[in-house]
Design a protein around this ligand. Sequence first.
Ligand code: NA7
Length: 524
Amino acid sequence: MVGLQDTELDVLVVGAGFAGIYQLYHYRKLGYSVRIFEAAMPYPGARVDSDNPYYQFSIPELWKDWTWKERYPGRKELLEYFQYVDRKLDVKKDVSFNTRVVAARFDQQVDRWIVTTEGRLVVRPRFLVLSVGFAAKSYTPDFKGLEKFKGIFHHSSQWPQEGVDVKNKRVGVIGTGATGVQIIQEVGPEVAYLTVFQRTPNFALPMWQKVLDAEVQAQQKVLYPTMFRRRLQTVSGFGFDRYPKPLFSATPEERLLHWEDLWAQGGFHFTISNFNDYSTNEEANREVYNFWRDKVRLRIHDPKVQEKLVPTIPPHPFGAKRLSLEQSYYEVFNQSNVTLVDLNDCGISEMTSKGILTEDGVEHELDVLVLATGFDSVTGSITQIDIRGTDGVSIAEKWVNGVYTNLGMTSAPTAFSNGPTCIELQGDWIVQCIQYMKENDMDEPLFMQRQQLKLNGVQLSCMDLGSRSLATKTKTSWYMGSNIPGKAIEPLNYSGGLQNYFKIITGVAERGYEGFRFSKCGEA
Ligand code: NA7
């Protein structure tokens, strides 16, 4: 690391996840000097929510020799996959781990970024690519007395790599988002006692996990190139798409038949391939909810718990908040050693040395407390880095009232889709844009994040699209930034479909990066 001090690089990539590695792969091919800085980890039960084979690199030298074990790979298999990727591409030699980027400013005199890490390392890349993901900044609510708690507690994103032994322990989980659901179903069968603190029920969908057959996978690989191309033509970056009909144009029998079919396919098939108006038409949405409700309620024995987990009337439209995929989540609540605390009936007063005191005076004693309370999603990953443009104003200050255009930097939130699909789509675009700038000796305080492309925001009107979606009808949601007190409330994802997003960004590039402002190197 010492050897890197003051190094000049073509590209510095921040983050060694799917996006960062994809960037590295392409810059190496172009012969650029490139390095990744990675800060660094996963909780019990962490699992991919995307169907195989879509959650992987589409790089042929990677998928050709890799065989997945499960339809939705878990933490262990994903780690093995990344180890395999490392062996194949020798990723690590260009990654500095445990290296958190804290600041970046553009020096117009030398046309370079001055990037500083927590350990005071300074490097000077010409291009800075933030592949930091949408959930790099965790959110822990300001619980009174949290510091008094004598047991073990962690936010899900800061789970110790060596794990925490929850066997025969009294465990509490705050939060029932996608993370909480995964943790609850994983630890439920092992613990002495589980107390789940729920504010909003998650409308979780059965994933129908299954072991994959190596032979079938090998045969299917002939289709992979087509499948990977097809992803870009769909609304969500998977191989399947919306059902091309509004809900009420179908007869009740046709609806039921379609829903049963989607249900049997498992996972996000039920949302993505549902009727094409279910996320914009409230009545259609309620019909979809009712189908989900009636299926899931059957799995919960206690009628009171049933109503808490799967309410007769939903607190928000179906799919307006991120749905989770589950395998045995609802059955956990049938265990006699599990209590569901509805924080709407009775909130958290404070944390004590022994556990959590709720407003009814009950002290829930715990050995381990899991804070599955989410993230300052999408923008927090970027604003937590002190990034300053040529005017000296930080990106956090610029975005305090919402994400908007800044100097020559126009930013637009990510297209909302399967992660790797969008990562590769935007990744290709970023690589080509940087190549274009290098070839033309152009410079500009070019700030790019795989989710925050420097595009003409007018074309990607998230606000317009978002306001038509039922996703706005939630009290707290990371889709809208409303889960973080004080954060500007606005749709943070482009919901116009990945296929449309693809057309827009390709069009901008083809028209010579329309809407961008480039300057020649040396022109301060
Ligand atoms: P989420 O989806 O933001 O979930 C956070 C959960 O924490 C959610 O159930 C919140 O309830 C709950 N929460 C947040 N603040 C509080 C307070 N103060 N008291 C009680 N409960 C609280 O984060 P995840 O980590 O589950 O998932 C993030 C994404 O990562 C996921 O969607 C995937 O795309 C991957 P609420 O619903 O706001 O009432």
